[in-house]
Design a protein around this ligand. Structure first.
Ligand SMILES: Nc1ncnc2c1ncn2[C@@H]1O[C@H](COP(=O)(O)OP(=O)(O)O)[C@@H](O)[C@H]1O
Ligand SMILES: [Mg+2]
Length: 124
């Protein structure tokens, strides 16, 4: 953690965003997972990164769309299966906080970067 990271957000939703990224890192990645928070001016940057097979470049532009998987949809079903909604929901939460979310994946490492204002004007 670096800089001033305190802020005023929708606690449950920002928690859900982080959980979605962490579960993905465990579920879809392999090896080390790192999490970091950096405050810089009025912005907070959250970085969740994991080792493992990279997401194909062709899948990156639509990765945050609903019901989207980087390769093919998984076969299993049930409540704990891969719904293809986690990143869509994460993007909704980032946007609702006037923020952004980006994915990068290469050289065996996948990194999700969330940037949100520390004090979004409409979060009371
Ligand atoms: N940390 C990650 N490492 C590798 N692939 C990932 C990671 N996060 C997401 N993905 C890919 O993006 C797809 C969409 O993620 P998500 O919307 O959370 O749906 P899912 O329910 O499949 O986890 C996943 O199915 C996976 O192919
Ligand atoms: Mg997921």
């Amino acid at each position: 953690m670096t800089g001033e990271t305190a802020g005023k957000w929708d606690r449950a939703r920002i928690g859900q965003l982080l959980i979605n990224l962490l579960v993905n890192a465990v579920q879809h990645g392999a090896g080390n997972i790192s999490v970091d928070a950096l405050g810089h001016g009025g912005q907070l940057t959250l970085v969740v990164s994991n080792e493992g097979n990279p997401i194909p470049a062709a899948a990156l532009p639509t990765l945050f769309d609903p019901l989207t998987w980087a390769s093919r949809p998984p076969r299993q079903s049930g409540p704990s299966s891969s719904m293809g909604l986690g990143l869509y929901i994460s993007r909704c939460i980032a946007h609702a906080h006037n923020g952004t979310i980006q994915a990068r994946s290469k050289d065996g490492r996948t990194t999700f970067t969330v940037q949100i204002p520390r004090f979004p004007s409409h979060v009371l």
